[in-house]
Design a protein around this ligand. Structure first.
Ligand code: C5P
Length: 232
C-alpha cells in the first residue's frame, strides 16, 4: 500500500496557500485541504492545486443524512480529488451512501475514509460531554469496523490507534493519522500524538502533518524531515 506524508494546508486564502506550495520545488507534496481553506477559497482552489500536480485529500468530514451526503460526494468526486472523508458517527447507511456518490462515470473513485474519534478528543470529554461510556479504543475499533462493513478504504485515527485498527480490520485497511508532532515540538490542541518515526513503526499508511510543517521556520526542511522519518 502507498505510504506518504500529507501536509494539512490549514490556511484561509488562496494566496497564502499557493505561496506556501511554491516553496516546494523538487517534490510535490500530497496536500490536505480542510474546511477552513475550502470554505474560504471554494472549489477553485482544489482545481488549481490539482493542476499543479499535487494529490489532494479533501478533508470536509461529511456528516448529514445519507441522501445529502451521497449527492455532495458526487459533486466533490467531480473535482478529481484523490481522497476524502466522512464521520463514522453518521452510521453505516450514511457511509454507504457516501461511497455510492463518489463513483465516477468511468467507475473510478477517490479513496474514502472515516473519522473515528478526533485526535483532540479525550476519553474524559467523550464520557462527560458526549455520554459515550466506552473507552476510546473500543469506540475507535467499533467505528472502524462499521466503516469496513460499509465498504470504506480505511479510517482517520490517532497513530496510537493505528496498530489495533489494523489488528481489528486487517492490514489492507488504511490508517491515516493526524496528531503528529516532532520529538522536540509543541502539542498545540492535539491530545493523542506521536512522532513520524513512531507512526511508521506502528503501521500508519499516511500521516497528516499541519503546524509542525506549516508553522516551521523552514517548511520544506520540516517536510523532508517528516518524509525521512516516516518513509525511511
Ligand atoms: O496542525 P496539525 O498537525 O495539528 O493538523 C492536523 C490536521 O489533521 C488538521 O487539519 C485537523 O483538522 C486534522 N485532523 C485531526 N484529527 C482528526 C482528523 C483530522 O487533527 N481526527
Amino acid at each position: 500500500m502507498a505510504k506518504d506524508v500529507i501536509i494539512a494546508c490549514d490556511f484561509n486564502s488562496e494566496e497564502t496557500t499557493l505561496a506556501f506550495l511554491d516553496l516546494f520545488k523538487e517534490r510535490k507534496p500530497f496536500v490536505k485541504i480542510g474546511m477552513e481553506l475550502f470554505y474560504a477559497a471554494g472549489p477553485e482552489i482544489v482545481r488549481q492545486i490539482k493542476q499543479r500536480g499535487h494529490k489532494i485529500f479533501l478533508d470536509l468530514k461529511l456528516h448529514d443524512i445519507p441522501n445529502t451526503v451521497r449527492k455532495t460526494m458526487k459533486v466533490l468526486s467531480s473535482l478529481n480529488i484523490d481522497m476524502t472523508n466522512v464521520h463514522a458517527a453518521g452510521t453505516i447507511e450514511m457511509m454507504k451512501a457516501a461511497l455510492e456518490g463518489l463513483v465516477r462515470e468511468d467507475g473510478s473513485r477517490p479513496l474514502l475514509i472515516a473519522v473515528t474519534q478526533l485526535t483532540s478528543t479525550s476519553e474524559q470529554r467523550m464520557r462527560e460531554e458526549l455520554l459515550i461510556d466506552a473507552s476510546i479504543q473500543d469506540t475507535v475499533a467499533k467505528y472502524s469496523h462499521n466503516a469496513q462493513l460499509a465498504g470504506l478504504d480505511g479510517v482517520v485515527c490517532s497513530p496510537l490507534e493505528a496498530a489495533f485498527v489494523k489488528e481489528a480490520c486487517g492490514k489492507s485497511f488504511m490508517t491515516v493519522t493526524p496528531g503528529i508532532r516532532f520529538a522536540n515540538g509543541t502539542k498545540d490542541d492535539q491530545v493523542r500524538i506521536t512522532t513520524p518515526a513512531k507512526a511508521r513503526k506502528i503501521g500508519s499508511d499516511y500521516i497528516v502533518v499541519g503546524r509542525p510543517i506549516t508553522a516551521a521556520q523552514n517548511p520544506v526542511a520540516a517536510y523532508e524531515y517528516c518524509i525521512k522519518e516516516f518513509l525511511g
